[in-house]
Every structure is written in structure tokens, then in C-alpha cells.
Design a binder for this molecule. Sequence first.
Ligand code: FAQ
Length: 311
Amino acid sequence: ESAESQARFDNKIDADGKIEPQDWMPDAYRKTLVRQISQHAHSEIVGMLPEGNWISRAPSLKRKAILIAKVQDEGGHGLYLYSAAETLGTSRDQMLEGLHSGKAKYSSIFNYPTLNWADMGVVGWLVDGAAIMNQIPLCRCSYGPYARAMIRVCKEESFHQRQGYEALLVMMQGTAEQKAMVQDAVNRWWWKCLAMFGPPDADSPHSAQAMRWGIKRISNDDLRQKFVDATVPQAKVLGVTLPDPDLKWNEERQHHDYGQIDWDEFWSTVNGNGPCNKERLATRVKAHNDGQWVRNAALAYSRKQQTQATK
Ligand code: FAQ
């Protein structure tokens, strides 16, 4: 029975079919998906914080409306992703416990501070830009609920990327001070965005198996390269310099070469010691605790409905 189930699963993966929640799947496949999808969900929710900080300080009504919509979208992405992970047999409470206790990971990128308004543009352009590059291939991932969630998420991320880039285009037509703010924000975020794609393929423990299972379709390094190649011409149009003296077109490879990423700094941030890890986690835990009364009220209401229905 189990060998037969395994064979059916393998055939489906080989034929590029979708695995659905009711299908048999190996425990390790389920575990990998719970890990990745819950980390992804946590990233969306924690990712609301660096930009949420700027909603009350947006420079115009238009920018404020756009930023509120974007931050709200990230919350929505977190909710679809928690739901997708729940189809694998884990509970929302379990996942949140992992996040709030500091056991679960979320994207390194959200542990850096957003220091000025230009950071809002750069987060949209580069952070959402990197997120889309990584998420487009996930629309073809072998697990049905995750793949389907990614389609809508990517459409929304595309709006996020464009709003960021457009905000920067406007600032770059402004004063010398505004242009300097944009360049400063690009300098601070560029390398962190390259690290977002995860460790180099050779040091990525999960990649080979995730590729075999059709969860990962493009490797960490290949996505990073695609991101660099896509971003260079955008930086040119914008009129900013990407802070890497080694960044240059390689005619032979038909790709841009780029410099060394600081992986020690990346791992230190992933392991809890980045500039904002403690602040982000504390803010998240406080928001969860402050919302306890809402969950209590919803439960009390649902119980009341049930007792009324049985009368
Ligand atoms: N940060 O073997 P691999 C967004 C960990 S976008 C922290 O290569 P894998 C949108 C990794 O978990 C951001 N940890 O692992 C937004 C593993 O540790 P573990 C979220 C990282 O899974 C924009 C270890 O290193 N996007 O939220 C990072 O095959 C703006 C070994 O690495 C996703 O999560 C990192 N950057 O590949 C929201 C996309 N990179 O679990 C608001 C889905 C690696 O063994 C505002 N996830 N690690 O303890 C993925 O595609 C994959 O999980 C990767 C990592 C590519 C991130």
C-alpha cells in the first residue's frame, strides 16, 4: 500500500501534476511545505511592519492611500498562506506559536529599518521586485493550494513593485536632497535584497530535494542572477547607482557579474541578531496579544449561535 502510494506520488511529480491536500504524500514533502509556506506567511505578516511605520507619515493623501492598500495586501497574503499551510494538517495556532516564540523563520529582509520616505519606494521596487522574481516560479509549484495562492499574490506584488518604482521616479525629478535620499536608500537595501534569495546553491541544504519535488523550479542563484539582470536597466532609467563596483555586463555569460554578498551578516540576521529582529518580534507579539479580545468575542459569538441553533 505504501510503496504503491509512493509510486503514485512519484508518477504525479514526474508528470508535473499537482498534489492536492487529500492525496497521499511523503511525510518529508509535507514537512518541507509546512516549513516553507509558514515561513512565507510569517514573512508577509512581519513584512507589514517596516512599511506600516510610514502610513501616518506619508507625504500626500495619494501616497497614503497606496501604502495602506499595499500593507493590507501583505496581510491578505499572510492569511492565504496560513490557509494553504493548514491544508497540510498544521494549525494556525501552532504556526503562530512558532513565530512568536522565535523558533520559526521569516525573511531576513524585514529585520532592517526603514529610515526615510525613500525607503518606501525602494522596498516596493527592490524587495517586492525580489519577492516577485522568487514567487512567479512558485505559481507552478507541485502543491496545488500553494501554487494557486501564488497567482493572486504575484498580481498584487506587481502593483506593489510598480508603486514603489513610480514613487522613486517622482523623487528623482525633485530636489538634490530627494535624489540623495533615494540613492542612500538604494545603497542600504541593495545587498540585503540579493541575500533574500537564500544561500548560494552549493550551501542550500533544501534545494536539491525541493527541486526534485517540483516545489522550487529555479535555484536560489539563478533567481538572484535574473533579479540582478532585470534591475540594472531599471536603475539606469531611475538614475541611481547600484552600490557594487564589481557589477558589470559579462558578454560571454550574457549576464551581469556582481560582487560578494556578506553571508555572515545574512546568517547573523536569520539567526535573530539583525538590527530589528527583537523589535519586529516584540511588535508582532504585542499586536497578537492586543487582538486577543477580538478572537474571544468571535468565539463567544459563534458559541452563542450554536446554542441558539440547537434550541
Ligand atoms: N531569510 O536551503 P535553503 C515577501 C533559510 S517576500 C530567512 O535555500 P529553501 C513579500 C531557509 O529557511 C519574502 N531565512 O532553503 C513582501 C532555511 O532554513 P530552515 C518571503 C532564509 O527553503 C514584500 C535555510 O536558510 N518569501 O514576504 C532566507 O529551499 C514586501 C537554508 O536555505 C518567501 O518566503 C531568507 N532570505 O529556500 C511582504 C518565498 N533564505 O528552514 C511585505 C518562499 C533562506 O532550514 C513587504 N520561500 N533562508 O531553518 C522560498 O522560496 C524559499 O523558502 C527560500 C529559501 C528561497 C526563501
